[in-house]
Design a protein around this ligand. Sequence first.
Ligand SMILES: [Zn+2]
Length: 88
Amino acid sequence: MERDQELANFPKGLAEQYKKLRTIKRTGPAIVPIRKEQCSGCHMKVSQNTINEVRRGQKLMTCESCSRILYIEEVLTDASSEQRAASS
Ligand SMILES: [Zn+2]
């Protein structure tokens, strides 16, 4: 069940891509947040281009160093707080 909760953080399109990846790789790829422009899995700097793609949310981006799937926590947080501000 925890895996599905992880997917809840994903835009729907990305969740679909993730499921496909999980089907291909038996163990399934890990998903790690980008923090301070670093992959929090291996702490290598993530390229700006990769960050931009993750922000756009159209593509599933993986860390060039450790191949974990990357997402940005800040974007999700910002979006939810904006929605709250708009509804009030
Ligand atoms: Zn990494």
